[in-house]
Design a protein around this ligand. Structure first.
Ligand code: MTE
Ligand code: MO
Length: 374
């Protein structure tokens, strides 16, 4: 049965041609794959499944800083690309007939899920970089599962459109002076320019040499006490005043407690390590303190031990964290007592904080009060 076509708009501009969609799709696909891979890596580091625990690498020391920087950079770059891609293909919304077959219906449903999950994913990610949690659902799990839905949708989409994509993959040479070609070039150049613009004005939150162009990122990584930003303030954590009788408690085969002076009397080591927040900013600092490995050995535990670290913090999602053995035995992993030549500022975890290489910022626990060998 042929439905009569209602008076729908028709689109003739080359900006809506498949070739344009394919060119933008390639850029968008590349950004999304980088974003997906680095995001997955971040989830695994932050919350490793049991089978992976013993294989998490504590090196390269700057690894997480780079991958999480890339995650946020590629996610932000994907926003104008997705906008451009949707604009290029939106005439498809006016296709007639709207459904040609069961397969066609499924394909359209798939595209709807893909677009919806992608928009939500980028939106929640962007708001997360602003630490603006306006939704009632947990960010991390939602962001994780939406990514899988979007990936599945993307793979189905690419498979369904495979022949068409392949047909338009290469530049079509025959009509160099063809009508609208200049228009298309201009459009692609404008998209490229907006991607570059949003990237260079936000990447400075994790790329030091772009720092001065960092106009729109929520953080300037060099602003804050002792030249470092603060995510969780001492006031919010209820740790502005540390009890005068503070002791570090270490539990293990041979448990013990140490005062700050006793910790300072132990071998002190230095490490230049970044805080790399999952929200995208990162900043390097020179830390000084006691090796976690020395504290573990002193408790009579082997270097295969995992640790549970507890903060003085009254309550908060990162009051208690766990540290895998590969980090605990790394000589760069410190219970830091000083940063950049000064005693830790209360905002940075006075009297003691964890700092370890290749590790998400959320796990660099501040105001440490207890280490437990697991
Ligand atoms: N006890 C405790 N430590 C914490 C947090 C927290 O909420 N509680 N936040 C973490 C997060 S999310 C980051 S990015 C870093 C930030 O460190 P800074 O405030 O010293 O820059 O500290 C981490 N340490
Ligand atoms: Mo963070």
């Amino acid at each position: 049965m042929d439905l009569p076509r209602p008076p729908l708009p028709s689109f003739r501009s080359r900006l809506h041609e498949p070739r344009t969609a394919v060119v933008i799709g390639r850029w968008l696909g590349a950004a999304l794959l980088v974003c997906f891979a680095t995001g997955l890596y971040s989830h695994l580091l932050q919350d490793p499944p049991t089978w992976l625990r013993d294989h998490l690498p504590s090196r390269p020391a700057d690894g997480y800083r780079v991958t999480q920087g890339l995650h946020v950079i590629s996610g932000i770059a994907a926003i104008p690309l997705l906008g451009a891609k949707l604009w290029t293909v939106y005439p498809k919304l006016f296709e007639w007939p709207p459904i040609r077959s069961v397969l066609h219906a499924l394909e359209r449903l798939g595209i709807f899920l893909l677009v919806a999950s992608m928009l939500l994913e980028l939106f929640t990610g962007l708001l997360n970089t602003l630490q603006w949690y306006v939704w009632p659902f947990p960010f991390r799990q939602t962001h994780f599962w939406l990514a899988w839905i979007a990936l599945g949708g993307l793979l189905l989409h690419v498979a369904a459109k495979g022949p068409e994509i392949a047909g338009h993959w290469r530049r079509v040479r025959p009509a160099p002076a063809g009508e609208g070609l200049a228009e298309r070039r201009g459009f692609l150049a404008a998209i490229a320019a907006s991607v570059v613009l949003v990237t260079v004005t936000t990447a400075g939150q994790s790329v030091p040499w772009l720092r001065r162009l960092d106009l729109f990122a929520p953080r300037r990584p060099d602003l804050g006490p002792q030249g470092l930003p603060v995510n969780r303030t001492a006031e919010a954590a209820g740790t502005s005043t540390v009890p005068a009788d503070w002791r570090l408690t270490v539990q293990g085969p041979r448990p013990y407690r140490l005062s700050l002076d006793e910790l300072l009397a132990m071998d002190q080591h230095e490490a230049e390590l970044p805080i790399a927040c999952v929200e995208g900013w990162s900043a390097s600092a020179r830390w000084r303190g006691v090796r976690i490995a020395d504290l573990v050995a002193r408790a009579g535990a082997p270097d295969t031990a995992r640790l549970r670290i507890t903060s003085l913090e009254v309550d908060g999602p990162y009051r208690v964290t766990e540290m895998e053995a590969s980090y605990a035995r790394d000589p760069l992993t410190l219970l830091a007592l000083r940063v950049n030549g000064e005693v830790l500022h209360p905002e940075h975890g006075y009297p003691a904080r964890v700092i370890a290489p290749n590790r998400p910022g959320v796990l660099q626990t501040k105001w440490v009060s207890r280490l437990e060998v697991l």
